[in-house]
Design a protein around this ligand. Structure first.
Ligand code: FE
Length: 132
């Protein structure tokens, strides 16, 4: 995938302060506060940094965690995984493969059929609804 690279100054211009803190500084929104946590619209969730399609609404489920949760990404190449040893834990960080934006973390406690939980910040996503 062709990578999108921008300077911090450019990202700051293009993102809200909350999006910048989460996408570019690996921040986390407070649970149960994000606009897509309890959201049930049908469509595609795209990267708020670069617009790359990342998750389909059909793979979103209520994990009870307080963050939007998906059991599968839209494609094998849209999302990159990284080992994250911050905060005294070993976790798997997930980022947008195109722009490198921090999305959230991946946990092995999701539902069938994948058993995966992509725990994603709402601020890292923009929703594109199906036209009816
Ligand atoms: Fe992106």
């Amino acid at each position: 995938m062709a990578k999108l690279e921008k300077s911090d100054a450019e990202w700051k211009k293009d993102l809200t302060p909350e999006q910048f803190r989460i996408l570019r500084e690996k921040g986390t929104e407070r649970p149960f506060t994000g606009e897509y946590n309890a959201f049930k619209g049908e469509g595609v969730f795209k990267c708020a940094g670069c617009g790359e399609p990342l998750f389909a609404s059909a793979t979103k489920y209520d994990s009870g965690s307080g963050w939007p949760s998906f059991f599968q990404p839209l494609s094998d190449t849209a999302i990159a995984e990284h080992t994250d040893q911050s905060h005294g834990m070993t976790r798997t960080e997930v980022t947008c493969a195109k722009c490198g934006g921090h999305l959230g973390h991946l946990f092995p406690d999701g539902p069938r059929p994948t058993g995966q939980r992509y725990c994603i910040n709402s601020a890292s996503l923009n929703f594109d609804g199906l036209k009816k």
